[in-house]
Design a binder for this molecule. Structure first.
Ligand SMILES: Cc1cc2nc3c(=O)[nH]c(=O)nc-3n(C[C@H](O)[C@H](O)[C@H](O)COP(=O)(O)OP(=O)(O)OC[C@H]3O[C@@H](n4cnc5c(N)ncnc54)[C@H](O)[C@@H]3O)c2cc1C
Length: 302
């Protein structure tokens, strides 16, 4: 989550509420792709890669954040692979952003026909990353950016700490692609990345550079081969910015159970509440005020 490691968002409040019967709401929203901050990490090679938060070594939080991360200027300089070592996407591509003002054009207030103007690619990033991870398990696992030493020069990256997190397993290197695959050990990588799969991916991609086209995902004119050691793998898993799934509440911000019945004395608002797809402070402040006023009134027995 984007606020971590300053403030952890582990759903402990929601889990406690569910233990006494609370219902969830808007659960699809949790993995919906709303905006670039969700679909691509702003920084790679570090665990907390939110685009607008580059933790600096001078920060008190830095011992928790551990690395600044590398900003990718041009995704021609890296390929992205899933935990099985397989590409799944045109790395240069954008994402589904129809939740922002001005993205739906033309927009007619109150019209259901606006939906016809949503720009949505079935090959969107998260769904593509979660498909075919190769181990028959549910869920997508980590995404790794793979690149070579020439890409490091082009991007002018420094690939040592504190820029990358080698100690906790968010950045790896190897003199061969097979060695790189074998080096990837991270607590979220459920199974080792098969060296042959990563080698196959890189060999195919390099042939696309020769061909000048990417027949698999349509990356426009793949420019650079991944061929000059050392090779690198940098954590490039999306950062979740907002939590739009959460507990089901009514207009009084009372939490309700699976039957729609109010759970007495339990209120919720903001990021913990589901079913209200609005980014940011406005929702938190409004729902917080409603929940707080009602809770205070109830406590007073009014
Ligand atoms: C990097 C970043 C930038 C943002 N920028 C903007 C912006 O520009 N404009 C905007 O409108 N919104 C922005 N937002 C969104 C906005 O900050 C959040 O929506 C808002 O702060 C959420 O408020 P909240 O009270 O619901 O949750 P939080 O602010 O997350 O508060 C939850 C609190 O509960 C505590 N907590 C968690 N678990 C427990 C537990 N088990 N027991 C006790 N306490 C617990 C946490 O420590 C935290 O203090 C941004 C968010 C991030 C992460």
């Amino acid at each position: 989550m984007a606020g971590e490691p300053y403030s952890y968002q582990d759903a402990s409040g929601e889990i406690a509420a569910m233990a006494i019967g609370a219902s969830l709401w808007g659960a699809y929203n949790q993995s919906g792709e709303f905006g670039q901050n969700v679909t691509k990490p702003g920084r790679i090679g570090c665990q907390y890669g939110y685009v607008n938060l580059a933790w600096q070594p001078t920060s008190r939080i830095f011992p928790l954040a551990r690395a600044i991360g590398l900003r990718v200027r041009d995704y021609q300089n890296a390929i992205l692979v899933n935990q099985a070592g397989v590409r799944f996407y045109d790395e240069t591509k954008g994402q589904y952003t129809a939740n922002n003002y001005g993205d739906v054009k033309p927009y007619t207030a109150g019209s259901y026909l606006n939906a016809a103007n949503l720009k949505y690619s079935p090959a969107n990033f998260l769904n593509a990353a979660m498909a075919g991870t190769g181990d028959a398990s549910n869920g997508g696992g980590p995404i790794w950016a793979i690149f070579d030493s020439e890409a490091v020069k082009r991007e002018e990256w420094t690939v040592t700490p504190p820029h990358v997190d080698t100690a906790a397993g968010y950045f790896f290197s190897g003199n061969t692609i097979a060695e790189l695959a074998g080096a990837i050990v991270n607590k979220y990588q459920r199974k080792p990345m098969p060296a042959s799969a990563l080698q196959n991916t890189v060999t195919k991609y390099n042939s696309y550079v020769d061909e000048g086209r990417d027949p698999e995902f349509g990356k426009p004119g793949p420019k650079y081969k991944v061929e000059t050691p050392p090779f690198y793998a940098a954590w490039a898993t999306p950062v979740i910015h907002d939590s739009r799934a959460g507990l089901r509440i009514n207009a009084e911000c009372q939490v309700v159970d699976l039957n729609g019945m109010v759970i007495p004395g339990l209120y919720c608002g903001g990021e913990s509440a589901g079913g209200f797809s609005l980014h940011g402070m406005a929702r938190c402040i409004v729902q917080g005020r409603i929940a707080g006023s009602n809770a205070a009134r109830e406590a007073k027995g009014a």
